[in-house]
Ligand binder design. Structure first.
Ligand code: KIV
Length: 270
């Protein structure tokens, strides 16, 4: 019997079933057809065409310079290589500041091949979330550290460490679920906060730097392969660990997420 994971055809219903069974799912970013094919063959349930491409592909120091043109181009590339993963695309900085922009830009990314839009923000994206979901476009709400707000936050710091900030994140997570979000993504929050939000929401929660208790885990592809210029605490280099080349490293990441051996204590914030 082969030990290779089978390619998946993932939908939002698949992810909801994973949550209801108390299991985990694996997500990674990709920006081209070649890596999209490797990721979906390895059993990655969600491929994110992330605006992190501004940092890892284009060499910027933030995601702010990424344009709709960039996102459409990379979404089309990923779509061509995908073998059944759910494709999530980031709405880039300032592309969802008005209703008209949101609808036009989401339609363009859905036509390019995305299955779900990811938007950063809290209460202020509740109306946008409703606007999109009522028109058949699913939404993943990205909370905690929201890199498009790096200038307001003042750096890439852990969010939700003090009680009032944690309460705000919990309240806004519920507001976004009630507004129709299908998935919540939590970036760089204490593990106990991610655990309590995951347990109290009905929708699946994806974590990055949020501990082992979320329904899914996501990482930036370049971090997992150890080729990023910076290595945050929550990153693990699976290419070095695996010694089986890139496809083997991705399969090991998927296995580690599903068996909850990643993230380990050393990757978590308290
Ligand atoms: O753009 C991206 O890659 C992301 C991940 C960090 C979740 O938003």
């Amino acid at each position: 019997m082969s030990s290779q994971p089978k390619p998946l055809k993932t939908t939002l219903a698949t992810l909801q079933k994973v949550k209801s069974r108390g299991e985990k799912f694996a997500c990674l970013t990709a920006y081209d057809a070649c890596f999209a094919s490797i990721l979906s063959e390895a059993g990655v349930e969600i491929i994110l065409i992330g605006d992190s491409l501004g940092m890892v592909l284009q060499g910027h120091d933030s995601t702010l310079p990424v344009t709709m043109k960039d996102m459409i181009y990379h979404t089309k590339c990923v779509k061509r290589g995908n073998k059944g993963s759910l494709l999530m695309a980031d709405l880039p900085f300032m592309s969802y500041a008005s209703e008209t922009q949101t609808l036009k830009n989401s339609a363009a990314l859905m036509r390019a091949g995305a299955n779900i839009m990811k938007l950063e923000g809290g209460a202020w994206i509740a109306n946008t979330t409703r606007l999109l979901t009522e028109r058949g476009i699913p939404v993943c709400a990205h909370m905690g550290l929201t890199p498009q707000s790096v200038n307001r936050i003042g750096g890439f710091h852990v969010q939700g460490r003090d009680t009032s900030q944690a309460k705000l994140i919990i309240d806004e997570a519920h507001m976004l679920q009630d507004s129709g979000a299908s998935i919540l993504l939590l970036e760089c929050v204490p593990r106990h906060l991610a655990k309590s939000i995951t347990e109290s929401l009905e929708i699946p929660v994806i974590g990055i730097g949020a501990g082992p208790d979320t329904t899914g885990q996501i990482m930036v592809l370049h971090d997992v392969l150890g080729i990023s210029t910076i290595t945050p605490k929550f990153v693990e280099n699976f290419l070095i660990k695996s010694k089986r080349g890139i496809p083997g490293a991705i399969e090991d990441y998927v296995r580690a997420v599903k068996s909850i051996s990643f993230p380990a204590d050393e990757h978590c914030f308290d």
